[in-house]
Ligand binder design. Structure first.
Ligand code: NAD
Ligand code: MG
Length: 393
């Protein structure tokens, strides 16, 4: 390795952002932080800047920016503000790799900016790909970006596929991508019990520690639905080539089944630093600070089929992928509004899929070949979801 890789972390104060910085701190010779971004958490961002000395720090609002400038006076980090600044740091010619770890649709434009600048893009922000799949993957090809999945399941599949899988799954002998799912905290709850779920219960995941939105998505299985769509785009798979398998221990992070009957799996402790370090160093391997997997101490590994009746979000996402066009963007936007309303105590847990399905049924599917169409569908789906919400209360 000749010189350190210059890295931007979009969403540095989040769960993935902090895990990324933990890996960076273990390899100061390999990685240099060029920019760190956050939405509102100015104090946390200031502390990270003092530790990692990025060239730029980005926050959303001007007032937050002013406060950050005061906190970082004399530190050598320039503070930028606003959505444009995210695009600027993501596409900066001085940058090698961009960790896309903003949550939700807010990450789409900065992630695409990194892709269009031909960066090595470490993709945690699955919502960006769900919204814009075809356009996003075309941009990866057109601009020679290197797209590496951070989502543990997709990172596992990537590790189990041959290098030349971009030729197509069939030519390399792949029959199925098997996406494992923990089943979330309510895997064993009855339909009646699901009516009583509180936000505090939903954000407590049995195996992973994550941001609030993805924790709720894991509880509804929408996370697996979004990942189903993500897998189709990342690996150029038809929906029927992707299968979801519930595996409550989250030790097998996903599998690939080949035409000769072989099934390859990637295993590890449920710690996001493993896929993060894998994608950061690929094709090399570096230490991630993760404990060695102790299978003997683990007890049996279990597998079961997902229950679409109690967790309709998974089916909704699969149907959205089949419908194509703007439908996944609409699903994603309605889900973001529903999850926010659930976390704010304005919507019950079981009403999340009901709200999403109403928004989808109200909106025609258009071709998603233009960014403007995708963003308009996202906007309209949010407005419709909010209107339906208002009519419920
Ligand atoms: P998080 O809520 O912990 O962090 C989100 C980050 O995005 C924060 O730094 C926040 O400041 C920033 N952010 C939020 N809204 C923003 C906005 N409007 N503009 C700019 N920045 C904004 O979320 P997380 O758990 O780290 O997840 C990040 C992404 O990674 C999500 O897309 C999630 O689905 C994906 N992911 C997370 C995990 C995990 O273990 N946490 C695993 C797989 C995939
Ligand atoms: Mg995942």
């Amino acid at each position: 390795m000749t010189s350190a890789q210059s890295l931007v972390i979009l969403g540095a104060t989040g769960s993935i952002g902090l895990s990324t910085l933990d890996v960076v701190a273990r390899h100061p010779d390999r990685y240099r932080v060029h920019a760190l971004t956050a939405h509102h958490r100015v104090d946390e961002l200031a502390a990270l800047c003092r530790r990692f000395h990025p060239r730029y720090a980005v926050v959303a609002g001007e007032a937050d920016g002013e406060r950050l400038r005061t906190l970082l006076a004399g530190e050598g980090t320039e503070v930028l503000t606003g959505a444009e600044a995210l695009l600027q740091v993501a596409a900066d010619p001085a940058v090698d790799a961009v960790m896309a770890a903003i949550v939700g649709a807010a990450g789409l434009l900065p992630t695409l900016a990194a892709v269009r600048a031909g960066k090595r893009v470490l993709l945690a922000n699955k919502e960006a790909l769900v919204m814009s799949g075809a356009l996003f993957m075309q941009a990866v090809r057109d601009h020679g970006a290197t797209l590496l999945p951070i989502d543990s399941e997709h990172n596992a599949i990537f590790q189990c596929l041959p290098r030349d899988h971009e030729r197509g799954l069939h030519p390399v002998g792949v029959e199925k991508l098997i996406l494992t799912a923990s089943g979330g905290p309510f895997r064993e709850w009855t339909a009646e019990q699901l009516q009583t779920v509180t936000p505090a219960q939903a954000v407590k995941h049995p195996n992973w520690s994550m941001g609030r939105k993805i924790s709720v998505d894991s509880a509804t299985l929408m996370n697996k639905g979004l990942e189903f769509i993500e897998a189709c785009w990342l690996f150029n798979a038809r929906p029927e080539q992707v299968e979801v398998l519930v595996h409550p221990q989250s030790v097998i992070h996903s599998m690939v089944r080949y035409s000769d009957g072989s099934v390859l799996a990637q295993l590890g402790n449920p710690d996001m630093r493993t896929p993060i370090a894998h994608a950061m160093a690929w094709p090399a391997r570096i230490a991630a600070g993760v404990d060695a997997l102790d299978l003997a101490a683990m007890g049996p590994l279990a597998f079961e089929k997902p229950d679409f009746a109690r967790f309709p979000c998974l089916r909704l996402a699969q149907e959205a992928m089949q419908a194509g066009g703007t439908c996944p963007a609409v699903l994603n936007a309605a889900n973001e509004v529903a999850v926010e309303a659930f976390l704010a105590g304005q919507l019950s847990f079981i009403a999340i899929p009901t709200l999403i399905s109403r928004v989808i049924s109200e909106m025609p599917v258009s071709a998603a070949d233009e960014l403007a169409t995708i963003l308009a569908a996202d906007q309209e789906a949010r407005e419709r979801a909010r209107r339906i919400l208002a009519s419920l209360t």
